[in-house]
Ligand binder design. Structure first.
Ligand SMILES: Cc1cc2nc3c(=O)[nH]c(=O)nc-3n(C[C@H](O)[C@H](O)[C@H](O)COP(=O)(O)O)c2cc1C
Ligand SMILES: C=C(O[C@@H]1CC(C(=O)O)=C[C@@H](OP(=O)(O)O)[C@H]1O)C(=O)O
Length: 366
């Protein structure tokens, strides 16, 4: 297993969905960094389960506790360890799933890799619940980036076949992104949002689930972030995005659609605005050669439909080695997308902060 990530920041995620707690150890922050704890709480609340009919009914407040590395309101320079105590586990929901692997979830692969010793309750370490500590760490990265005028925000581009317009890739301002982070179901067009919510509730009523795409923008980034070949800005961000359970695709800028354009259309022409080099279109999503160019950074993360559904599906009982059928009971998100929004933003924030530290060190953070 690789529970640790980062070149300059070192982030470890630990815990299981039905264990005592989940949490982080974050190393590499400078001493004396003031932390906005209420901001961390608000970010965790954006992702928390059990808030509305669009989400799993599991109720977790996701309050966090700092165990070490923080004293008199600032970081101490020692590793910062924070935990979120699990409160609402219904492990009985998983007794049948111990042997009967859920299609689309990590039950089979976890069992193979860990030779059956994995904690299967609630998906264990493979649960989307592990994204709560990722958001905790991301909220720290976000507040540090915001001090530098770097703002991250997202909207839901589509749920199933219901979609809204893309961001205007040249005209995104931090005010818009801030407003989106304040919405429980962040959307540019209210009308599309209503239809997307209906899509989720219809799937839920049929014991099914839906997926979707989250479009994220980062503004205020300096040009020059990214460390090609292997730590290009895209690779750094994509690495963390693909660590998020249920993320199955990532694209930057115009993404796969750029393949249908001519070079003359896809190239972003350069211009000067108050002596600053800018581009007149943004098909490359703010990154060229793996390095940020100072334009809005844009990416989309594709989130699959929730695997645990009440519909009958074919599977295998691993103990008896027999084919069988499964109807998954328990408490599940009919759609992961709305709660995954702060998660993908956190992934981007951590990746970008790591690149900022590589470029400018840590002293600017205080
Ligand atoms: C925020 C969040 C919530 C999730 N909620 C559920 C859920 O309620 N039920 C479920 O089966 N999967 C849920 N998932 C997805 C599974 O954890 C994920 O599909 C599984 O670990 C397999 O990983 P993979 O889809 O990346 O291959 C959630 C994921 C995230 C990020
Ligand atoms: C608890 C969370 O989501 C969980 C993610 C999840 C999964 O399989 O990923 C399955 C469900 O777990 P349980 O069966 O224990 O209710 C969700 O509720 C959370 O995101 O905090």
């Amino acid at each position: 297993m690789s529970g640790t990530w980062g070149e300059y920041l070192k982030l470890s995620l630990f815990g299981e969905s039905h264990g005592k707690c989940i949490g982080i150890v974050l190393d590499g922050l400078p001493a004396g960094l003031k932390l906005d704890l209420p901001f961390i709480g608000r970010e965790l609340a954006r992702r928390a389960p059990g808030k509305n009919p669009l989400s799993t009914p599991r109720k977790e407040k996701d309050e966090f506790e700092i165990l070490s590395g923080f004293f008199k309101g600032t970081t101490t320079g020692a590793p910062l360890c924070c935990v979120i105590w699990n409160k609402d586990q219904h492990s009985g929901d998983y007794s049948e799933l111990k042997d009967t692997v859920r299609p689309g979830h990590a039950d089979y692969t976890a069992m193979v890799k860990h030779r059956g010793f994995n904690d299967y309750r609630g998906g264990g370490h493979f649960s989307g619940r592990l994204t709560a500590p990722l958001v905790l760490a991301g909220a720290i990265a976000k507040q540090v980036l915001e001090k530098k005028g770097i703002m991250i925000g997202s909207h839901i581009l589509n749920i199933g076949g219901i979609r809204e317009d893309h961001f205007d890739s040249l005209r995104i301002d931090s005010g818009l992104l801030w407003k989106l982070t304040e919405q429980e179901f962040p959307i540019l067009s209210e009308e599309a949002g209503i239809r997307m919510k209906q899509e989720i509730l219809q799937a839920k009523a049929k014991e099914d689930s839906v997926g979707g795409v989250i479009e994220t923008a980062v503004v205020g980034l300096p040009a020059g972030l990214g460390s090609p070949f292997f730590d290009s800005a895209e690779s750094k961000i994509a690495h963390l995005l693909f660590a998020v359970p249920a993320v199955k695709g990532v694209e930057f800028g115009t993404g796969f659609a750029i393949t249908q354009m001519k070079g003359s259309e896809a190239n972003d022409p350069y211009a000067l605005a108050d002596d600053k080099v800018v581009t007149l279109s943004n098909h490359n999503g703010g990154i060229l050669g793996g390095i940020t160019n100072g334009m809005p950074l844009l990416f989309r993360a594709a989130v699959k439909p929730t695997p645990s559904i009440g519909k009958v599906q074919q599977t295998v009982n691993m103990a008896s080695r027999e084919e069988t059928q499964i109807t998954v009971q328990g408490r599940h998100d009919p759609c992961i997308v709305p709660r995954a929004v702060p998660v993908v933003e956190s992934a981007a924030a951590l990746a970008l902060l790591d690149l900022m530290i590589e470029k400018d060190g840590v002293t600017w953070m205080n």
